[in-house]
Design a protein around this ligand. Structure first.
Ligand code: HEC
Length: 172
């Protein structure tokens, strides 16, 4: 299970358009997504907390670790500048902030499993933060994989129309 999820994130990072989730992210980055609306008054919808907020912060993790293989060669995504490492720290801070937002009663509806999964975002974010302090690209990759597993776990538990569903062959 862990292995297949790990392979999944590796593929996700390595091959650009593979899943509908990535298409969605790509659309967002192009500014074409209907989600890319301006902030409205009042608390954001859960969909907005997810995308763009949590999704964008997570993308920083996934775009800052691993390798991309093309015919031109292999690109190492590990940060090479202070700014690049700092971006991961900022993303970890944002994920931590959003974990607390998700645990607000408005979103959690006081479901213990929901709060537990939200807490696990912080564990992955902390691991990523530590990997930055250690300048450890492999560990940063692992924290990104761990983060992704939390997304999948919560979506499988609480999101019935889940676009992130793992296909039969990949699950278990
Ligand atoms: C605590 C539970 C929980 C966690 C953790 C979680 N999600 Fe979600 N996510 C949801 C639920 C529930 C929905 C469905 C929201 C809706 O459509 O109203 C959702 C929807 C989404 C969507 C689609 C939003 C849309 O446009 O409708 C994206 C993108 C997303 N999540 C990304 C992520 C990423 C990336 C992570 C991990 C870093 C993550 N989520 C972690 C519960 C969670």
């Amino acid at each position: 299970m862990t292995d297949t999820l790990f392979i999944q994130i590796r593929e996700r990072v390595a091959l650009f358009v593979r899943s509908s989730a990535l298409v969605c992210i790509t659309l967002f980055l192009c500014g074409c997504s209907p989600q890319a609306t301006s902030e409205t008054e009042g608390p954001p919808t859960l969909a907005h907390v997810m995308d763009p907020l949590l999704n964008d912060a997570s993308e920083v993790f996934w775009d800052s670790a691993g390798f991309i293989d093309t015919y031109e060669g292999t690109t190492d995504l590990t940060p090479t500048t202070e700014e690049g490492w700092q971006r991961v720290i900022d993303a970890a801070d944002e994920i931590t902030r959003l974990s607390a937002v998700l645990q607000d009663e408005r979103y959690s509806l006081n479901r213990p499993a929901w709060n537990e999964l939200s807490q696990m975002l912080v564990i992955a974010a902390d691991r990523g933060r530590q990997s930055v302090i250690d300048r450890d690209g492999a560990e940063l990759f692992q924290s990104g994989a761990q983060l992704y597993q939390v997304c999948v776990a919560c979506h499988q538990t609480f999101w019935s129309n889940n676009r992130f569903t793992i296909s039969e062959s990949e699950s278990q």
